[in-house]
Design a protein around this ligand. Structure first.
Ligand code: AMP
Length: 197
């Protein structure tokens, strides 16, 4: 099972991706997590990426596609994997097509989490508050200004992936406005169907 999670920043992709990874026993490949790990480790890629991430912009297509291609060649991805935060541009989607084709693999389903924008900002404020209350570290790009930029980048560069995957017949839309349990149930319904298909 090869899944892609699409949706604006703050839509709850990370939460659902972690749950699906655990339920379906496939690794969650989050390019954001991988880039943050590179930043923390101070690698050359990390050093380059930090400024871009903090500005709410996108890291280059080639860098993220290389990271993903290397990662899916690891043995834990043999049965499938879930991409969270990749692809984010049409160029990345085309690179992913090629990466999968070269490995004789194909996408199972693209899940689009649909939410309204006002809810996104409220969720962001909530997430910052909860993280701080729990004594955790707030992500350096989790603030209203950077978030607004990330949302704009999503609309301009990532939203075109919706018709791209719709045309391929793999896109499924999930109502992301419900409770975590309701969203989970809807996704499980979809994945149950596509697992049988
Ligand atoms: P995320 O954790 O998915 O919200 O990603 C955090 C940040 O990492 C993004 O705002 C981008 O700067 C960068 N990033 C993550 N995934 C990608 C990607 N597929 N393409 C380009 N930049 C990315």
């Amino acid at each position: 099972m090869i899944l892609i999670f699409l949706g604006p920043p703050g839509a709850g992709k990370g939460t659902q991706a972690k749950r699906i990874a655990a339920t379906y026993k496939i690794p969650q490949l989050s390019t954001g997590d991988m880039l943050r790990a590179a930043v923390a480790a101070g690698t050359p890629v990390g050093k380059q990426a930090k400024k871009v991430i903090d500005a709410g912009q996108l890291v280059s297509d080639e860098i993220v596609a290389d990271i993903v291609a290397d990662r899916i060649d690891e043995t834990d991805c043999e049965k499938g994997f879930l991409l969270d935060g990749f692809p984010r541009t049409l160029a990345q989607a085309e690179m992913l097509d090629k990466i999968l084709q070269d490995r004789d693999r194909s996408l199972t389903t693209v899940l689009l989490l649909k939410v309204d924008e006002d809810a996104l900002l409220a969720r962001l404020r909530n997430r910052i508050e909860q993280t701080m209350q729990a004594g955790g570290e707030v992500r350096s790009d989790d603030n209203v200004e950077t978030f607004t930029k990330r949302l704009r980048v999503y609309k301009e560069q990532t939203a075109p992936l919706i018709p791209f995957y719709e045309e391929k017949g793999v896109l499924r839309v999930v109502d992301g406005m419900g409770s975590i349990d309701a969203v989970s149930a809807e996704i499980d319904g979809i994945l149950g169907q596509s697992a049988k298909a």
